[in-house]
Design a protein around this ligand. Structure first.
Ligand code: ADP
Length: 228
């Protein structure tokens, strides 16, 4: 599903954020990415969704080999991916329903298909009662649930979540994890960058640790706090 080989990323200012990173993730895995601030997690995650291009090395996600992709392939590739951000990135002038429907409209799905699918995913995240609310009328946890609904509405093979619980309290984070684990149980690969020790330890999954731009740990069901 995901392969990185000898990936290096150097920013224009000379900083080498990722040094030499190789890994592979199978379809259906749930993978945490941890590491201290500045370790290179965001750079790694952004390369996965093709926001950043590696300076050296190769990346493949599904059938997309990044080295062979040009700009016109990027939107096609992004359809196969759901992305969840720490700060939700919802459109403030659209309702809950419209925020999710928009992800289907931009890829020109039929209106007939959009409505039942949007209602289905909003039910899945427990927001069927709040379709007409605007983002600023929702709690943080609810906003994150809208953003997860938006990420999965086009049935992606992979969901990438960058600190999805970073702005949420522990109980709300737990609810978000329940949803991500349910999506994973349905077969979607989930890659989640996080600082949340309690979550990682209470819900064991494969754990990748990045330090100084390198992969320093790759353990099935590894525990946080037990750093390499
Ligand atoms: P993390 O997400 O683990 O905090 P980052 O990937 O954001 O780590 O950063 C890794 C390193 O790359 C840090 O030294 C950071 O200062 C540097 N860095 C991140 N983004 C940029 C950028 N746009 N330009 C230059 N250096 C950057």
């Amino acid at each position: 599903m995901i392969q990185m080989k000898n990936v290096m990323k150097q920013y224009d200012n000379g900083v080498i954020a990722i040094k030499d990173l190789s890994l592979s993730v199978d379809p259906g895995e749930f993978v945490y990415v941890i590491g201290s601030s500045g370790a290179g997690k965001s750079t790694f995650i952004k390369m996965l969704y093709h926001e950043l291009t590696p300076t050296k090395g190769t990346i493949t996600v599904g059938k997309y080999d990044f080295a062979k992709m040009d700009n016109k392939d990027v939107p096609l590739f992004r359809r196969e991916l759901g992305i969840v951000f720490q700060d939700f990135k919802l459109l403030p002038r659209l309702t809950v329903y419209e925020n999710v429907a928009y992800a289907m409209e931009v890829i020109e799905k039929d209106e007939d298909e959009i409505k039942p699918r949007v209602l289905h995913v909003l039910k899945l995240v427990g927001l069927e009662q709040k379709l007409r609310r605007f983002p600023n009328e929702l709690s943080g946890g609810e906003q994150q649930r809208v953003s997860i609904a938006r990420a999965i509405v086009n049935a992606p093979d992979v969901v990438i979540a960058d600190e999805p619980t970073g702005n949420l309290d522990p109980d709300t984070s737990d609810g978000i994890m329940d949803i991500l684990e349910r999506i994973n149980a349905d077969g979607t690969t989930v890659i989640m960058a996080t600082h949340n020790r309690e979550l990682v330890n209470s819900r064991p999954h494969r754990l990748l640790e990045i330090a100084g731009g390198r992969l320093v740990r790759d353990e099935e069901g590894g525990a946080y706090g037990n750093e390499a």
